[in-house]
Design a protein around this ligand. Structure first.
Ligand code: SF4
Length: 229
């Protein structure tokens, strides 16, 4: 698996916010979000190939039982099932952060599903050459449902930039089953505190009306938009 970074930090988003965790960032993605905050794992992937054994050894150097597999898109990595098996055998709690466009039978504890809305489509970046591919692949309802049905726990984490994003979210949720409002997390889009806070008021209001959860981006607030955090 190609890894762009492996680091120890606090989970900054979602149901496990604040939990000290090792992050393994797979390098490579089948999408190209215009606002991607990890372009070194998507638009311009970096990093070396690492064996499952080497990744497990690197994780074991940190004093936590929580591992977050993130990306890029970890679910497109050829050895992701093997890595999850190895971590589960060692009793790690595994969070899989995925855009939920590809399913494989991975042993995980929290499926952190982040279906991408139309605000992610890169019409303006690199002359829009990835826009059609991204638009065709960004939503896969059967795969999202497969994760929901197969997972011990899950969250649907939406990156929201504008109030009209809620129309797309409600339309998607109407096609899904077996979710509760508490499983839906709304996270402001942005990589600086000013932008994040500018979106807080309307997200706060939507959460109070729907029972959805607001998730900040704690790592941005604590460390800024820096790699390895
Ligand atoms: S799915 Fe994630 S890693 Fe891939 S382009 Fe979008 S934000 Fe970046």
């Amino acid at each position: 698996m190609r890894v762009s970074e492996l680091f120890y930090s606090l989970q900054g988003e979602g149901k496990l916010i604040g939990v000290p965790s090792v992050f393994v960032r797979a390098s490579g993605c089948n999408l190209r979000c215009v606002w991607c905050d990890t372009p070194y794992a998507s638009w311009e992937p970096e990093g070396d190939q690492q064996s499952v054994a080497a990744i497990v050894d690197a994780i074991a150097k940190h004093p936590t039982a929580h591992v977050v597999l993130t990306g890029g898109e970890p679910m497109i990595m050829p050895d992701i099932v093997e890595l999850c098996d190895a971590l589960a055998e060692r009793k790690y709690h595994i969070t899989m952060e995925t855009a939920a466009t590809v399913y494989k039978p991975v042993k995980i504890h929290l499926a952190s599903l982040s279906p991408k809305l139309s605000n992610s489509t890169p019409h303006t970046r690199q002359d829009g050459k990835f826009a059609v591919m991204h638009e065709q692949q960004r939503l896969n309802v059967p795969v999202i449902q497969q994760f929901i049905d197969a997972s011990e726990d899950f969250q649907l984490k939406f990156v929201v930039a504008r109030p009209q994003d809620m129309n797309e979210i409600h339309a998607l949720l109407a096609q899904l089953h077996h979710w509760r409002p508490a499983d839906v997390q709304l996270m402001p889009e942005g990589t600086d505190v000013t932008t994040l806070h500018s979106r807080t008021a309307w997200i706060d209001s939507v959460c109070k009306q729907t029972g959805f959860r607001y998730t900040p981006r704690l790592h941005v607030e604590l460390y800024g938009n820096r790699r390895g955090t």
